[in-house]
Design a binder for this molecule. Sequence first.
Ligand SMILES: [Zn+2]
Length: 142
Amino acid sequence: MINEGVTVLAVKEFFTSVEEIEFVQVNEGMLARILVEEKSKARLEDSPISLFVPKDSNYFEGGIFSPILGSACGSKSEGYEVIVYPAAIALSLLGTARDTIRHELGHIKRGHCDREASGKRRGLLRRFSEEVSARFYASTGI
Ligand SMILES: [Zn+2]
């Protein structure tokens, strides 16, 4: 579990890198409202999902053309964490932050976070199956 103010190892999408980042939990404001709305649309109202952002609001990773926008982790029993990175907010006019949250909820909804797979197989699953699936959910809601 990620706790407020605690430095954790964040494993980013595609496992491009692992780095220590400090996160803070978001309980109110625009992102929190979007999470509530999108949880409802995804029929995930009953799932425990916490929202976090990096403490450093200038944190940027992934390159100009493919910045890291978000990630999701956790499990049904322990609860899930969705992280929205500043690039999703900075680039946004709202759209990108919402799209990012929808995308990450897509991963949760489809059980990707609960899957047991590790190492290379996990990386391949992500790249070729889960990412496509989450993008499809984010754009269609199906
Ligand atoms: Zn994804």
